[in-house]
Design a binder for this molecule. Structure first.
Ligand code: SF4
Length: 637
């Protein structure tokens, strides 16, 4: 009987082309059961301090979660982690799709890559066997061609090919990875790290079965059947199936939280042109899914309009819709879809790409940069042509695109003239498309996230503000006792936030999609506990699950502390402390004093020194990671 793990890691050194398989013991896996936890553990243990993110000594770690590949909805995720070239902090990016389950079925929990190949290569992981192969003929090619060529030369159409695009090859600091042209590890520049190693792709094929790894396969199989029926019973999972994340645009606009003109405003006059109704009528061609997931929230699109968009790549998610429409002031659905298509073709993070362009548009409108600085473009809000041209220039690192490929924070340092006020970023990573002036817990998440601004670091305030809602009731088993207003900043909000962050982190450890678990969605907390017990045979309770999530967060925090990050890095851009200029929240801001106080409360609740954010020795002990204290000896306390 197994415990949900293959117990094997693949170590690859590209400098000397060595491949080494390592075993992970069950006791080790109990503490770091995959995903974010296993990745953070390896980065802390095996990367030297102050490692160059784009140098050969930076590790690039691929980890599946304990439940990745289990036969039930949303157990699909895998993590890619490294020191981020965008932020210099702990970097991590999750994706669903099929590659993670395939890696597990191929016999491995994780792949750890170090070094740099002399020329482009790709990895071929085939049912426990691994080969490093030449990728000279793949370098510079688009993702669909790479996938096709790899499948043909290896003679199997079912191979899953995780790859970088031109963005990663050119080390754009927010380049990502993708597979099947529609599942993306977008954030933190993991594609640039992969490109710096001359690693074009990792092709994987596995013929194992998750149930053969599980302690109680029958119970897991039954859970899968039960959950498949529940998707339609829950309003949010059902809404995701019908509309996908693009269905969020109208509601967020009506609530005054749709980032518009680089977060200056909270509502967009032409939001109806980007609404779900418009998307469904003019863009939508079908629905897709990830491995074994009955939610099926992925969209397939194509359009022939002002800009043509083919059906090769997956459809825009909400983040791309808002990022390339309201936040850049563009009101053309086909232009937004084209921008998304270009990002997918070059494998760039849509959030950082759109936000970096919005930053440049605001600099342009304030006269901080002129047409001569931006290759003759009128880089104004609303100029769809200029936005699309800029994406190409970023991917190729041409002209002004070479500067924007560095991200908004680095670009603002070169532009100067107080342009940093327009760089909407935390720790160098650009903000996702949720204005935290309407849901301040999201702002706490943007600030404290070890990777820089991230909207999936905790569940949003809106989920827990109505005590009669199905969402709030779903959070009660986690210890949530009181519904709190979306905009409340208080010690109570800090308590709720800390629980929601630990729970979200747990999902990232074990491989669950953000859209699976309660309180956001349809899989109840007791069902997740049941899945964990059935998979592992371990005697666990809900507190154990929360501790798994917290341990991973603390390891990532220790990584950042070792790299010199301080409390001062946990801060929002000043614009969010100023009033919103338009929409339902006109005049609303975040009080900086209240925000700082809530951060202090939050660190105290977490068991961290509020002045430095260094976890106390007791907290490390409670989390069974006392060894991390050694790494903090040089940190100023
Ligand atoms: S909910 Fe959507 S993104 Fe998440 S696993 Fe299912 S299909 Fe994939």
């Amino acid at each position: 009987m197994g415990y949900g793990s293959t117990g094997k890691l693949l170590n690859i050194d590209l400098t000397n082309s060595s491949i080494h398989i390592e075993e992970i013991g069950e006791e080790h896996y109990r503490l770091y059961p995959g995903g974010k936890a296993l990745a953070a553990y390896f980065l802390l243990k095996n990367t030297p301090p102050n490692v160059d993110p784009l140098g050969p000594d930076n590790l690039l770690v691929f980890t599946t979660g304990l439940l990745t590949g289990a036969p039930f909805s949303t157990a699909t995720r895998f993590t890619v982690a490294a020191r981020s070239p965008l932020s210099g902090s702990y970097g991590e990016s999750e994706a669903g799709g099929f590659w993670g389950p395939e890696l597990k079925m191929a016999g491995f929990e994780a792949i750890i890559v170090k070094g740099k190949a002399k020329s482009p290569v790709y990895l071929w992981v085939n049912n426990g066997e691994t080969e490093i192969r030449d990728a000279g003929h793949l370098w510079g090619r688009d993702p669909d061609q790479v996938q096709e060529i790899v499948r043909q030369e290896l003679g199997d159409k079912l191979i899953r090919v995780l790859q970088i695009g031109l963005g990663g090859e050119n080390k754009v600091r927010y380049a990502g990875l993708s597979h099947e042209m529609r599942h993306h590890n977008g954030r933190c520049g993991m594609g640039a790290v992969m490109g710096s190693k001359n690693l074009k792709a990792i092709a994987v094929r596995g013929k194992g079965r998750y149930l053969d790894l599980a302690n109680d396969p029958q119970q897991l199989a039954e859970l899968g059947k039960t959950l498949a029926k529940k998707v339609k019973e829950h309003p949010l999972s059902w809404d995701l199936q019908v509309k996908g994340t693009p269905g969020l645009t109208e509601g967020i606009n009506a609530a005054g939280m749709l980032p518009t003109f680089n977060f200056r405003e909270g509502s967009f006059d032409d939001a109806n042109r980007l609404s779900w109704g418009a998307y469904e009528k003019d863009l939508l061609k079908g629905r897709g899914s990830c491995y074994a997931c009955a939610v099926r929230c992925k969209r397939e699109v194509s359009i022939s309009a002002s800009y043509d968009v083919g059906d090769k790549y997956g459809g825009p998610e909400y983040e791309a819709v808002a990022g390339f429409s309201s936040n850049c002031g563009v009101n053309d659905l086909s232009a937004m879809a084209r921008a998304n298509e270009l990002c997918n073709r070059y494998v760039l993070d849509t959030i950082s790409t759109s936000s970096s362009i919005a930053f440049a548009m605001e600099c342009f409108e304030h006269g901080l940069i002129a047409p001569k600085d931006v290759d003759g473009l009128e880089l104004r809000f609303g100029n769809a042509d200029a936005m699309l041209k800029m994406i190409e220039m970023i991917a190729y690192r041409r002209g002004f695109g070479n500067l924007l490929a560095e991200g908004a924070r680095r670009a603002s340092k070169v532009i100067g003239k107080d342009s940093d006020q327009f760089a909407m970023q935390v720790k160098g990573q650009e903000l996702p498309m949720h204005d935290p002036r309407g849901k301040v817990g999201v702002g706490l998440g943007y600030a404290v996230s070890e990777t820089g601004a991230d909207h999936l670091v905790a569940y949003h305030d809106t989920i827990l503000s109505n005590p009669d809602s199905i969402y709030f009731k779903g959070a009660i088993p986690l210890g949530i006792t009181e519904a709190l207003p979306n905009r409340e900043l208080s010690k109570k909000k800090a308590v709720t936030y800390a629980l929601m962050e630990n729970w979200s982190s747990f999902g990232k450890v074990v491989g669950l999609c953000y859209f699976g678990p309660a309180p956001r969605s349809f899989i109840q907390v007791d069902q997740i506990l049941l899945a964990m017990r059935a998979a592992t045979g371990w005697d666990m309770n809900i507190q154990d699950l929360l501790r798994i999530g917290e341990r991973a967060i603390v390891l990532a925090r220790v990584f950042n502390l070792r790299e010199g990050f301080t409390r001062q890095d946990d801060m929002l851009p000043n614009r969010l402390f100023a009033p919103l200029q338009k929409g339902a929240l006109t005049g609303v801001n975040i009080s900086k004093t209240d925000f700082e106080q809530t951060l202090t409360d939050l660190y105290t609740i977490k068991g961290w020194d509020p002045a430095t954010t260094v976890p106390t020795h007791d907290r490390l002990l409670t989390l069974d990671i006392e060894w991390a204290a050694d790494l903090l000896k040089t940190v100023q306390t």
